[in-house]
Design a protein around this ligand. Structure first.
Ligand code: IMP
Length: 498
């Protein structure tokens, strides 16, 4: 007969934190959200410390280079998705590693023979008004000229003529070589009254564009997550099928951390794959998962995982519980695995961080996940809502939405994540839909971080280890839940004052 676990499977919604005494030195500005990413000896520092406890989900709809750059600039880490070819994923890693603040990889590019009509179309799509004209129309092709929306008028110049007729040729442009620093580039932009300074390599290929407006931008991000060479850090998802080829390519491209991405990581395949990676690349941080209980955590920790992801069936786009009847309430899973992590640390002297992955609906759920022992969290829906996420932004009657689809949906068909006995998906384990658009990641995350810090202040904590050690949680009854949702009609417009 099957074993029945007596404890009920609980979700974050069922808990609240009790405030602890708040000392006078405890303020939002003083809270430090840094947290270990990888396995380390107890009492020692990990090789990688996140400056903010957020990672983005290993998903097509979430972890693109643009999102990875934005998140690392705010102190978190993206795991670029592996539902693409090895060459594409390695190129995505390189894009993040090559990012230099203020140096923009041109996203609006045309060939000299393209028509002005095509140029207009590309500008409309990207929303940018400066286009690079390169020999092959790529972002890194040989630069032939620049053309901006001020250089042509659709009625006056027609849309059928070639871009070359209206571009400013490279011979007449000011440009810089690759060794230029941002402050030197900025000085030239002002001194020479330029709007844009192209940066070229020795062969005349375009590398970056520098715009005036981006320079100040650099000062907005005091907590960037960077490597020893000051390059942004980036992670990459891997799978148990092609890791022997994928891992070397990702490491060569500069990935700072890898993570096996599986809907059920408690398997011999994952243990074997982890052992292989740690044997060939002992210094490359490699996480495993997903698991929902102590036994599975210990299995992966013993197989060499540098961190372990927790969560089965709780993701917003997930239908695994409906399809297969497996999973566990995320709060119960985190509490159980956190206890196992602490027991493992006491037994071996090695601290293996854990990550709560999926099912974080409200910002306060993140605070609960951290209080319950997660070292950091992973989110898909949350990040999919921002400008930097790859899903299309679409207008609706009530505003904008962004596309968001699960890796187990027909759109993504990530069979490497969902073992269904062969190559391909037999049945869907995720849905394809939309989430409310939330603007710029930096601005949205700043609000979320302030909320989490305020929660920590109420709980009298200045650091995440302190928060975890002292948090007191209570279960909420149906009645007490209703108490805080009393029926007040919410005012739609701001009250007039005065
Ligand atoms: P969210 O933050 O609640 O949207 O959950 C994101 C997490 O859901 C990811 O990090 C994955 O662990 C998981 N996930 C991604 N795609 C699917 C899917 O199609 N089905 C089930 N779970 C998924």
């Amino acid at each position: 007969m099957a074993q029945i676990i007596a404890e009920v499977s609980r979700t974050f919604n069922e808990f609240l934190l009790l405030p602890n005494r708040t000392r006078t030195d405890c303020s939002v500005g003083a809270v430090d959200l840094s947290t270990p990413l990888v396995r380390h000896r107890v009492g020692e520092s990990p090789a990688i410390t996140l400056r903010a406890p957020f990672t983005s989900a290993i998903m097509q709809a979430v972890s693109s280079p643009e999102l990875a750059i934005a998140l690392a600039r705010d102190g978190g880490l993206s795991f670029l998705h592996h539902n693409q070819s090895i060459a594409e994923q390695a190129a995505a890693v390189r894009r993040v590693k090559n990012f230099k603040a203020g140096f923009v990889v041109s996203d609006t590019n045309v060939r000299p023979t393209d028509t002005l009509g095509h140029l207009l179309e590309v500008m409309r799509r990207t929303g940018h008004s400066t286009a690079a004209v390169t020999q092959d129309g790529s972002a890194t092709g040989r630069l032939l000229g620049l053309v901006t929306s001020r250089d042509f008028h659709p009625q006056r110049h027609g849309l059928d003529g070639p871009v070359s007729g209206r571009m400013i040729p490279v011979a007449e442009l000011q440009h810089a070589s690759s060794d230029i620093t941002l402050s030197a580039a900025n000085a030239r932009l002002w001194d020479e009254r330029l709007d844009c300074l192209p940066v070229l390599d020795a062969e005349g290929n375009l590398q970056f564009l520098v715009f005036r407006s981006d320079y100040q931008d650099n000062k907005r991000f005091p907590h960037q997550l960077v490597d020893a060479g000051k390059r942004l850090r980036v992670g990459a998802g891997i799978n148990t099928h092609d890791y022997r080829d994928r891992v070397p390519a990702l490491v060569a491209a500069g990935a700072d951390a890898l993570c096996f991405d599986s809907s059920d990581g408690y398997s011999d395949w994952q243990a074997e794959a982890l052992t292989w990676v740690k044997k060939h690349y002992p210094d490359v941080a490699t996480g495993g998962g997903n698991v929902v209980d102590a036994e599975a955590f210990t299995f992966l920790a013993e197989a060499g995982a540098d961190f372990v992801k927790v969560g089965v069936g709780g993701g917003s786009i997930c239908i695994t519980r409906d399809q297969k009847g497996i999973g566990r309430g995320q709060a119960s899973a985190v509490l159980d695995v956190a206890a196992a992590r602490d027991a493992f640390a006491a037994r071996t002297g090695e601290y293996v961080p854990i990550c709560s992955d999926g099912g974080l609906v409200h910002d306060y759920h993140m605070a609960l996940a951290l209080a319950m022992g997660s070292d950091f969290v992973m989110m898909g829906r949350y990040f999919a809502r921002f400008d930097q996420a790859p899903g299309a932004k679409l207008p609706t009657r009530d505003g904008f939405v962004k596309e968001y689809w699960g890796e187990g949906s027909n759109r993504a068909r990530n069979w490497q994540r969902y073992g269904q006995g062969g190559q391909g998906l037999v049945f869907e384990e995720g849905v394809d839909g939309y989430v409310p658009y939330a603007g710029d990641l930096h601005e949205g995350l700043a609000v979320t971080m302030t909320k989490i810090k305020s929660t920590m202040v109420s709980c009298g904590s200045l650091t995440l280890p302190e928060f975890q050690a002292s948090a007191r949680l209570t279960l909420v009854s149906e009645q007490s839940f209703q108490e805080s949702h009393a029926n007040v009609a919410v005012r739609e417009t701001a009250p007039t004052t005065g």
